[in-house]
Write a protein that binds this ligand. Structure first.
Ligand SMILES: C[S@@+](CC[C@H](N)C(=O)[O-])C[C@H]1O[C@@H](n2cnc3c(N)ncnc32)[C@H](O)[C@@H]1O
Length: 261
């Protein structure tokens, strides 16, 4: 039974971290004319409203993207605010893009996009959001989808893995899953998002991953909890084959997040 709904968390500081890096990676990959594959295991609904009851209930976007924009973290020519501006123009001022929409707006018509989402309502919303774009949207387990389509055609491209960690077994399954993907697709950019929660439940998973993939980029930022007692105190990205420019952006984000006190 899936209960996580990203609408309550869209635009929070973890999204700012993940989506800024995602937009930078896709922007770089799309500079070459060669076609790309984009796959996502846990897609969410693709488009969120920051003036709805979900965002109001948690206040996470107000502590996230609203703060980043007020502090001027992203210059106008950065790929992340460019995607945000496109989404606001198309869907209204209070709209916020999920990762599938950031990807769709970064890719070209000849690129290939496959998105998995298991939650029935999130899947229906994702299908509707992605209808104007060329994307295959599947109501399927994300890891199953990615394994069955790896190595993808075209070979150039990326896989985003963004689980909700509702199922505690995810922590143990992810190193095995990423190992299998990397063996079958050694040129793929494979990006895993993970939360930094009090109690560090990610510690063992990250020890396994860093041991198995010593050349990967591991980037973590910390931020004040969105509300008192909230367990999430930071955000991590673990990236195999990070495209050129990703490390520079990660370094820049480290400085920006450090300034939050
Ligand atoms: C953190 S949200 C995704 C957010 C999205 N990647 C973004 O950045 O906009 C995780 C999503 O994974 C979905 N989900 C959970 N288990 C899944 C599974 N086994 N396969 C595919 N989707 C799953 C949840 O319904 C939820 O919508």
């Amino acid at each position: 039974m899936l209960s996580y709904q990203h609408g309550y968390h869209a635009g929070n500081m973890a999204d700012v971290h993940k989506h800024a890096l995602l937009a930078v990676m896709l922007d770089y990959l799309a500079r070459k004319e060669k076609p790309l594959t984009y796959m996502e295991t846990h897609s969410g609904r693709g488009l969120y409203k920051l003036d709805g009851p979900e965002a109001a209930k948690t206040g996470e976007a107000a502590q996230g993207i609203a703060v980043a924009e007020r502090l001027g973290w992203f210059p106008a020519d950065h790929p992340y605010p460019r995607r945000l501006a496109e989404v606001r123009e198309r869907f209204g001022r209070a709209s916020y893009p999920g990762s599938p929409l950031i990807a769709a707006l970064s890719l070209r018509r000849y690129d290939v996009m496959t998105l998995a989402e298991l939650h029935p309502q999130e899947f229906a919303a994702l299908e509707e959001t992605m209808a104007p774009f060329r994307a295959t949207v599947l109501r399927q387990d994300g890891m199953e989808m990615a394994l069955s389509r790896t190595p993808p055609e075209p070979r150039r491209g990326m896989l985003l893995i963004d689980p909700s960690y509702e199922v505690k077994e995810d922590y143990a399954a992810l190193p095995r899953f990423i190992g299998s993907i990397a063996r079958k697709w050694n040129v793929g950019v494979v990006a895993l998002w993970y939360p930094l929660l009090s109690g560090d439940p990610h510690r063992e998973m990250m020890a396994d991953l860093t041991r198995a993939h010593p050349d990967a980029l591991r980037h973590e930022v910390r931020f004040p909890p969105a509300r008192q007692g909230h367990r999430m105190v930071g955000s991590g990205m673990f990236i195999l084959n990070p495209p050129w420019g990703t490390e520079d952006e990660a370094r820049r984000l480290t400085g920006l997040f450090r300034s939050l006190k």
